[in-house]
Design a protein around this ligand. Sequence first.
Ligand code: SAH
Ligand code: SF4
Length: 382
Amino acid sequence: MTEATGKTNLLGLTQPEMEQFFERIGEKRFRAGQVMKWIHHFGVDDFDAMSNLGKALRDKLKGCAEVRGPEIVSQDISTDGTRKWVVRVASGSCVETVYIPQGGRGTLCVSSQAGCALDCSFCSTGKQGFNSDLTAAEVIGQVWIANKSFGTVPAKIDRAITNVVMMGMGEPLLNFDNVVAAMTIMMDDLGYGISKRKVTLSTSGVAPMIDKLGQVIDVSLALSLHAPNDALRNKLVPINRKYPLAVVLDACKRYIGGLGEKRFLTIEYTLLKDVNDQPEHAAEMIALLADVPCKVNLIPFNPFPHSGYERPSNNAIRRFQDLLHKAGHNVTVRTTRGEDIDAACGQLVGQVLDRTRRSERYIAVRELSAETETPRSAANRT
Ligand code: SAH
Ligand code: SF4
């Protein structure tokens, strides 16, 4: 239900929820499929345009339902084809969605929360604090908006969005139900028909929710590792103090093992100069991942003002990659895309109305320590 209008927002309903909705208003369940196709395949939000519904049903729907996507504040297209949308959600905060075309693929990076409570030390979203969970309609609404921007071609034909990664702002496992509902619609043929291997949820390691995820849905999983030992990970990814590496990797192995076919965990590792990019870190990582079926994705740090960190040199990145590669790992280095529109990983800023007031504390601390702190000591601060 949208608070402002008192109407049910059909955009965020999964197929069973949509069927229940039609039953509730005294209509046949098959209407759910018709309406879902109008919404997700054709991007329609006006009931009058749904030509296979009779006038009486259209009028009834206008009275009790709506199709409401998040409000688009801006959209930019980078010189490299990357697209970025800033959208405003009901809480008043803004979040970002990024589309990255590459070869025959088009990957949409979707946000799950306005801000983030987890405060990873190198992440600009974390520095803004937390404001709100996105509703299911606000999560799938980002796919809806992006899909519509490519014209009214049905999503399944000649599709521009082939992959979705829950790697925008926020920790998706801390907004569990809404993210699961939205991912269900992404994979549903009445929604966007994207295959389960091409929908990826990225988590900083909320271990119990990884198990819960395995009970309700089958999508690809990425773990934001960033450090090969607990001492360093406690500083970079504070949730590690609650769910240390052994616990989180066990949960990931259970998740991957439970999918019932050969699947891989993606390990994301943001490379921070002189902090986690040394040969000894690569050696520790090789030992740690010895029995984990995984692919490694190295993300060179994307700088933002006052972060206190630096991106390693290309040589250091290549050295790290080579060491993992020689140990038999499949390793890719994420190329930075859309830099001219600030669309790179960890640069998503939105405009979060910070309930935790973390950004104010952060700026104050940074100003106090700016003159003395080196990037290496910044990593030891948390
Ligand atoms: N909260 C989830 C998903 C969003 S972040 C998670 O943490 O996994 C998506 C990825 O970008 C994560 O691996 C995150 O650690 C990484 N990231 C965050 N800030 C970054 C930065 N400044 N440079 C490079 N990668 C960054
Ligand atoms: Fe949150 Fe992910 Fe950023 Fe950590 S890296 S603060 S979990 S969005």
